[in-house]
Design a protein around this ligand. Structure first.
Ligand code: ISL
Length: 582
């Protein structure tokens, strides 16, 4: 492997503005990251212990999945106190320590902001449900039974929407005989953003964290906070008792107004932070509006198109990926946000299966394919996100039965599907590939007991392959997936073309090779990557959209195989980055 540090000169380009165009973010899902107190659950002490490791990797920012006080119905995405740390994870004093130590390491901390909904145990909701006349009643979405029906009767829910976690989005509350809206679990009631008191309370909380020193927010399902009024039925879904309400609550009529108001109330006048909105079901046209800095909303969004290409209908119906679809999708996003707005780049996170198992080959070619995925993603324009363990090439675990799953989405789906008459053997194959639980097995630190994640009993199964795949071995091996990520991060920091160079897709119709250039001033980078287990020849030619054969003689700045003899023949899952200057 060529070490970019040896070949790239720090050059004359001015620092890139804003800073996050040259940054790499590392996502920590604290519950599964590292346990410092032996209770089997990861915690803030564990994060502090691993800051040196992250410094070695070279990341600029940590995005911390929720650590606030929570009943943990959805592993912290159900918050009951926005300004307290859940005792599972530590204390506020420990959080302040983490912030200070991270900053001393030159690493920023971005918090997860979950404000589409709270926990049903949040005092706001406890008040809201107490009576129809409670001053906080209107902070959430309360509705009577459907016209002409009695509350509690089947189908009496105010709309036909299906929850992301199965079942209806409405729960009847006996105290007042009305239903409340929950797009996610019954313990995650949706806040009513139409109410300015709600918005102001959220902004005050955000300011509280920023005043404490945090460096930005990842905003959970932020494009769902504006609902289309009145709340009405969505399109019916064939074969399901529920309808699809997503068009009525994603990217709703007031979403841009709310985000601009939030920007003015929270971000304006502060040093440049990093804000990223999680926005399922968002098109490139919407993305431009969300991220256009001339009317600031968020810096970038997480779009979902590329993680929706390998299943049909429901995510549990996995059909595999066609590389042409992936190239078409990424190519469209690169083009749409080339001049206005900004992309975020990711293969996986705590809601998605492991990247190497899903998009690569986690068998014989685990190491080269994990490295290839990293190369391809990190060389696109946008801010790359690394999900904990991705830099080790961690894999899906392989679930056998319902008892193996912990995630509310997976468990609810299994129960609903089997109640509707489907057999476990019908549904388990899809769940095995797609379950969020694949991402939530503990990070593999060592080959030792429980992968060095905890000295106690881990809250979730550790992947037995930790004997081979673990951070200790990876850091010690200069050819590991870890060091490949480190080299790519270093390349982004030292080569401005990686951050802001113009993207051009090549070989758009080749079903196996992913090829593109990035160019800035007189520098051009070429990426060629073989998404297959076979040896392939990169077709060459002189026309636009083709790869010029002369690239074989250019400077090789990064690759996942020993330096090639000559030519553009790629081995199984081989990926190369070449550079030309002038
Ligand atoms: O996980 C998903 C795909 O199966 C999505 O539907 C996911 O629920 C959606 O992307 C929203 O995710 C976010 O909000 C959820 C939480 O469970 C996820 O962990 C979070 O990332 C509710 O807060």
């Amino acid at each position: 492997m060529t070490d970019p540090a040896a070949t790239v000169r720090r050059d004359e380009h001015a620092p890139i503005d804003p800073w996050w165009k040259q940054a790499v973010v590392y996502q920590i899902y604290p519950r599964s990251f590292a346990d410092s107190d032996g209770d089997g659950i990861g915690d803030l002490g564990g994060v502090i212990e691993k800051l040196d490791y992250l410094k070695t990797l070279g990341v600029d920012v940590i995005w911390l999945s929720p650590i606030y006080r929570s009943p943990q119905d959805d592993n912290g995405y159900d918050i009951s106190d926005y300004t307290a740390i859940d005792p599972t994870f530590g204390t506020l004093a420990q959080f302040d320590e983490l912030l200070a130590v991270a900053h001393a390491h030159g690493i920023k901390i971005v918090m997860d902001l979950v404000v589409n909904h709270t926990s049903d145990e949040h005092p706001w909701f406890v008040e809201s449900r107490a009576s129809r006349s409670n001053p906080k009643r209107d902070w959430y979405w309360w509705r009577p039974a459907r016209d002409g029906m009695t509350a509690g009767d089947p189908g009496a829910e105010p709309t036909n929407w299906e929850s992301f976690f199965s079942g209806p989005t409405w729960e009847l509350d006996e105290t007042t005989g009305e239903y409340y809206l929950h797009l996610f679990s019954t313990k995650q009631p949706d806040l009513n953003w139409e109410n300015p008191e709600v918005r102001n309370a959220v902004y005050a909380m955000m300011n509280w964290w920023l005043d404490r020193g945090v460096d930005g927010f990842r905003m959970d399902v932020i494009n769902m906070i504006s609902k289309t009024l009145p709340l009405i039925d969505g399109r019916s879904t064939p074969g399901s008792p529920y309808g699809d309400g997503s068009a009525l609550f994603q990217n709703g009529p007031r979403i841009h107004e709310y985000l601009r108001e939030m920007h003015a109330a929270v971000f304006a006048g502060r040093p440049k932070l990093l804000t990223v909105g999680e926005t399922p079901g968002t098109s490139v046209e919407h993305a431009v509006v969300y991220t256009d800095p001339t009317h600031p909303e968020v810096d970038m969004i997480f779009q979902f198109e590329h993680v929706g290409l390998d299943f049909e209908g429901s995510k549990w119906n996995y059909v595999g990926l066609d590389l042409l679809d992936l190239k078409a999708s990424f190519g469209r996003w690169q083009a749409a946000l080339a001049d206005v707005g900004w992309n975020s780049l990711y293969w996986d996170n705590h809601d998605q299966p492991r990247a190497v198992s899903r998009f690569g080959d986690d068998g014989d070619f685990r190491v080269p394919s994990a490295k290839l995925l990293a190369t391809v993603l990190h060389l696109h324009q946008g801010t790359p996100y690394v999900y904990q363990g991705e830099e080790l090439g961690m894999t899906n675990i392989g679930f056998e039965s319902r008892a193996d799953f912990a995630d509310i989405e997976s468990v609810n789906f299994f129960d609903e599907a089997t109640a509707a008459g489907r057999t476990p053997s019908e549904i388990l194959p899809g769940m095995r590939v797609m379950s969020r639980d694949n991402a939530r097995t503990p990070v593999q630190w060592t080959a030792g007991e429980h992968a060095g994640f905890t000295t106690g009993t881990p809250w979730f199964r550790v992947n037995p392959n930790h004997r081979e795949i673990n951070a200790e071995a990876a850091v010690a091996d200069p050819d590991s997936v870890f060091h490949h990520y480190r080299a790519l991060i270093e390349l982004r920091h030292s080569e401005p073309t990686v951050a802001v160079g113009h993207f051009t897709m090549l070989l758009a119709t080749d079903p196996t090779i992913y090829a593109f250039t990035r160019s800035l001033d007189a520098t051009t980078l070429l990426v060629v990557a073989n998404f297959s287990g076979d040896t392939v020849e990169v077709p060459t030619g002189d026309r636009p959209g083709e790869v010029d054969a002369g690239w074989a003689d250019a400077e090789l700045v990064n690759s996942n195989y020993p330096p090639p003899a000559a030519g553009l023949t790629l081995q199984a899952w081989e990926a190369r980055v070449y550079r030309r200057r002038g």
